[in-house]
Design a binder for this molecule. Structure first.
Ligand code: SD4
Length: 331
């Protein structure tokens, strides 16, 4: 949580988020970095995992990489960061003390790959990418996903840090192994969407899932259409928060379809949240319930909305990085 409070944030309302600083480059990027051609790259991600994340995506694109390279390079940063307790290495384990990871990747042409319930591999997004590019399949799970990763040169590693182990032992003492409540302190998945200057789009989403989850639990992040969906004819969306709620409405797919039918990214995110609450009003009664969506439309307009106050997202447009407070349905 702390990393989200130490920087000053800017609040942007609704559709106005669209029209940010065309052609402004942040310090750190040279003018020569700007992509020549139609428009500037746009990178949008959930939360703020440091400026290295959008920079990695942006630089990949301006140096001639693809948008798929960009999203993969960017989300590998929190995956490898032991201080991030919600993604990859250092992620909080399940209620049996094991770190299990979910990740997905998708391009704007419908190509996608994902891994679920993957253990011991620091960069599940890269395994998901290999599933997309090297197999006829979309999703690999558990032991099979691990076997596939090892066959493809990934290293088996211990992902449970000392800090995560300590936090787990504390939780275990207090909880007596009862399933943890699904609450808003239990999140911080990275979902990241990118569009290059030519309108090519891709997205990636990677997480260690809810802390202390029941062993075997899989969230929304690796489920195409739930935690992530991209269609370069329209735009993309990705989710953070309680994955079960997102899965129940195929949240990211729903947002893309709403945008296809003319809704703005902001409206589409709001409508998806309202759909969750309409179908599952019990979520509205849970104080700590949090789901957030972000969306990027093909014309560069973005949106970000959560149910409860607290979503932040990072927007990088043409190299200029901003951390934005999302709108929310209710305090
Ligand atoms: C999940 N959506 O596994 C993920 C958790 C999350 O930020 O978003 N954390 O349900």
């Amino acid at each position: 949580m702390k990393r989200r409070t130490f920087i000053k944030t800017t609040s942007l309302a609704g559709a106005a988020t669209a029209l940010l600083s065309k052609r402004t480059l942040a310090s750190g990027f040279s003018q020569a970095d700007a992509v020549s051609g139609d428009s500037e790259p746009v990178i949008l991600s959930t939360w703020y995992f440091g400026k290295a994340v959008p920079e990695a995506a942006y630089k990949t694109i301006v140096n001639g990489g693809t948008v798929v390279d960009a999203v993969e390079n960017a989300v590998r940063i929190p995956e490898g960061d032991p201080k991030v307790t919600s993604v990859g290495y250092g992620g909080y384990p399940d209620r049996d003390g094991k770190v299990t990871l979910d990740a997905s990747i998708m391009d704007g042409n419908g190509n996608c790959g994902s891994v679920v319930f993957l253990e011991h591999i620091m960069h599940p997004v890269s395994v998901a990418r290999l599933v997309m590019e090297k197999t006829q399949h979309v999703m690999l799970a558990g032991e099979g996903a691990l076997q596939f990763a090892l066959e493809n040169g990934f290293k088996k590693e211990n992902l449970l840090t000392k800090e995560a182990e300590e936090a787990y032992q504390n939780w275990l003492k207090q909880s007596g192994y009862k399933p943890a409540p699904m609450n808003k302190d239990n999140h911080d998945t990275i979902g990241l969407l990118a569009m290059d200057g030519k309108g090519n789009m891709a997205g990636a989403c990677t997480t260690s899932g809810l802390a202390w989850k029941v062993r075997g639990r899989v969230g929304d992040s690796p489920i195409i259409g739930a935690g992530l969906y991209v269609d370069s004819d329209v735009g993309g969306a990705t989710a953070t928060g309680i994955g079960e709620a997102v899965i129940k409405v195929a949240g990211s797919f729903l947002i893309v379809e709403l945008m296809r039918n003319g809704k703005s990214p902001q409206e589409a995110c709001k409508l998806a949240l309202e759909r969750i609450l309409h179908k599952q009003p019990k979520y509205g009664q849970e104080n700590s319930f949090l789901v957030g969506f972000i969306a990027l439309r093909k014309d560069g307009e973005v949106g970000g909305v959560s149910y409860k106050k607290g979503l932040q997202y990072t927007l990088c447009r043409g190299g200029k990085i901003q951390v934005v407070d999302g709108e929310y349905l209710t305090k």
